[in-house]
Design a protein around this ligand. Structure first.
Ligand code: HEC
Length: 123
């Protein structure tokens, strides 16, 4: 009986641990990857079963490189930040102006900077 109780408590502890939100990473790039996941950026920027033929947005797997050359005078980081806070300021050729506004509205300045650092690291 004691053993069963022990096993059950262990199962509960593991379940609670598995459901608890991931703690915020301290490394900016790791934190940026978490923010990217939390905000659902992949829904439009990565292929999935529901958008099998063509994701709505451009792939971001090398966006750190592309970002440096998109807009003359804008550094990769500035361009990436602008792409998130003001998506219509520059449209990637061939893509619709359908990136949602206000995605970064509820982000702290640190989390926005982390998201930009993460994207810039994708090369
Ligand atoms: C509803 C779909 C949608 C969602 C969600 C979305 N995007 Fe986009 N994104 C787009 C589209 C479409 C474009 C291309 C048009 C443009 O440049 O705005 C784009 C463009 C971009 C670009 C410019 C890429 C380049 O090659 O220059 C970046 C960077 C970007 N998105 C980042 C993000 C991030 C980060 C998130 C999550 C916070 C996100 N997007 C969420 C649709 C989306």
């Amino acid at each position: 009986m004691g053993r069963l109780l022990c096993l059950c408590s262990l199962a509960v502890v593991l379940l609670v641990a598995a459901c608890a939100p991931e703690p915020a990473a301290t490394d900016p790039i790791a934190r940026g990857r978490q923010v990217y996941r939390e905000l659902g950026c992949a829904n439009c920027h990565e292929g999935s079963i529901t958008n099998f033929f063509r994701p709505v947005g451009p792939p971001l797997d090398r966006v750190g490189q592309a970002a440096a050359k998109r807009v003359p005078g804008l550094s990769a980081e500035d361009y990436l930040r602008q792409s998130i806070t003001d998506p219509a300021a520059y449209l990637v050729p061939g893509y619709p102006d359908s990136m949602p506004r206000g995605l970064a509205r509820d982000l702290s300045p640190e989390d926005l900077a982390a998201l930009v650092a993460y994207l810039a690291s994708l090369r």
